[in-house]
Design a protein around this ligand. Structure first.
Ligand SMILES: Cc1ncc(COP(=O)(O)O)c(C=O)c1O
Length: 368
């Protein structure tokens, strides 16, 4: 296709990016401002205040990290870990595995708590692992495991607050779509991504650090190995009284996040959760009628990300190609051990609408 060809509009029902809210798209076209312009700094402050509302926290250190969700993960790990530290990671999918990889690259010893793909982690097993490794720096868990469509319970992990071990939560696929209660669940560090339930283009990783995590930053014996993701340095730009330059802020993406969060808060966070739940329930109820079999453990199924086995005899690649080319709909294939056999269907952010479900079910009805 020639590079000047018009870009195609798609209905994005994969594991992300989702279709962004119109307000978030429009904001990308706002006039450029310098990253130290008082008007931009005011908008940045407002964006951080909106993030606090969405994360349900009063944490001062709440900000958008430059980069996608993985940058949020790395920012948590490189700032909280030092070589030789011990860390406990819940693993029941690709993103738990990625946490282990990142922790190992930080020089940490990883204690894994594994669960089968498609099943939820038992939070008590993570609490018990901490009791066996009281010197663990943190317990990390993926709230919404995008590779399997499973929700891992985070609330019971608030028990870690009475220990010296911190709680780190990946909310990349959960924030804005299902309840995330940073203060209520005593989460010490949490990160997300813009391109899923927040309904903004990919490019930023909202992150929040509570008091215990900030204390850990202050008490490090050496600076984090990543200069770019050093939260001490970034904090002096986003929150410090001097607003000291660290790296050039991705201005247009911050406009977009500001506007996307505005859309979520104007709808109401609880109303947005409810909308995700309703469309997810509808899809879960309808898919078995077309021969699909839901994968995630009942009671732990994410409404915003449905993992499903394909109908008997269906050709994964051919069916996804037909959906994309004939109907303009993107769904995601399976990752890792689910590749070729399963789909991941996202109903996130602005894509989490009844009309998305109607369109997808209609297209599948015709194709199958
Ligand atoms: C749960 C989870 N964590 C982390 C990531 C990584 O985010 P990104 O691909 O935006 O870097 C993803 C991406 O899908 C995810 O679903």
């Amino acid at each position: 296709m020639p590079s000047s060809a018009p870009l195609t509009d798609r209905l994005l029902l994969g594991p992300g990016p989702s279709n962004p809210y119109p307000e978030a798209v429009a904001a990308l076209g706002r006039p450029m401002l310098g990253h130290l312009d008082p008007e931009f700094l005011e908008l940045l402050d407002e964006t951080m205040a909106r993030l606090r509302q969405v994360f349900r926290t009063s944490n001062a250190l709440t900000l958008p990290i430059s980069g996608t969700g993985s940058a949020g993960m790395e920012a948590c790990f490189v700032n909280l870990l030092e070589p030789g530290d011990k860390v406990i990671v819940g693993v029941n999918g690709v993103f738990g595995e990625r946490m282990c990889d990142v922790a190992q690259r930080c020089g940490a010893e990883v204690i894994r708590v594994d669960e089968a793909w498609g099943r939820a982690l038992d939070p008590q097993r993570l609490v018990d692992a901490q009791a066996q490794h009281r010197d663990a720096r943190f317990v990390a868990v993926v709230h919404a495991e995008t590779s399997t469509g499973v929700e891992n319970d985070v609330a019971p992990l608030a028990a870690l607050a009475s220990t010296d071990t911190l709680l780190v939560v990946d909310a990349v696929t959960s924030l804005g779509g299902i309840p995330v209660e940073v203060d209520g669940w005593k989460i010490d560090a949490c990160y997300s991504g813009t391109q899923k339930c927040l309904g903004v283009a990919p490019g930023l990783a909202p992150l929040t650090f509570g008091e215990r995590a900030v204390a850990r930053l202050r008490n490090r014996s050496r600076p984090p190995q990543s200069w770019y993701l050093d939260l001490g340095l970034i904090g002096a730009y986003v929150g410090g009284s001097t607003r000291r330059y660290h790296h050039t802020a991705p201005i247009s993406m911050i406009y977009a996040l500001h506007a996307g969060l505005g859309a979520v808060l104007a709808e109401g966070l609880e109303a947005a959760w409810q909308r995700h739940q309703q469309v997810g329930n509808r899809l879960h109820a309808a898919l078995p009628n077309l021969g699909f079999r839901l994968i995630a453990q009942s009671g732990h199924r994410l409404p915003q990300l449905t993992s499903t086995w394909l109908p008997e005899g269906a050709d994964d690649a051919a069916l996804r190609k037909a959906l994309l080319e004939q109907y303009g709909i993107e769904v995601g294939g399976g990752l890792g051990e689910f590749a070729g056999k399963a789909w991941r269907i996202g109903l996130m952010g602005h894509s989490a609408r009844d009309r998305s479900v109607t369109t997808l079910l209609g297209a599948l009805g015709e194709l199958l």
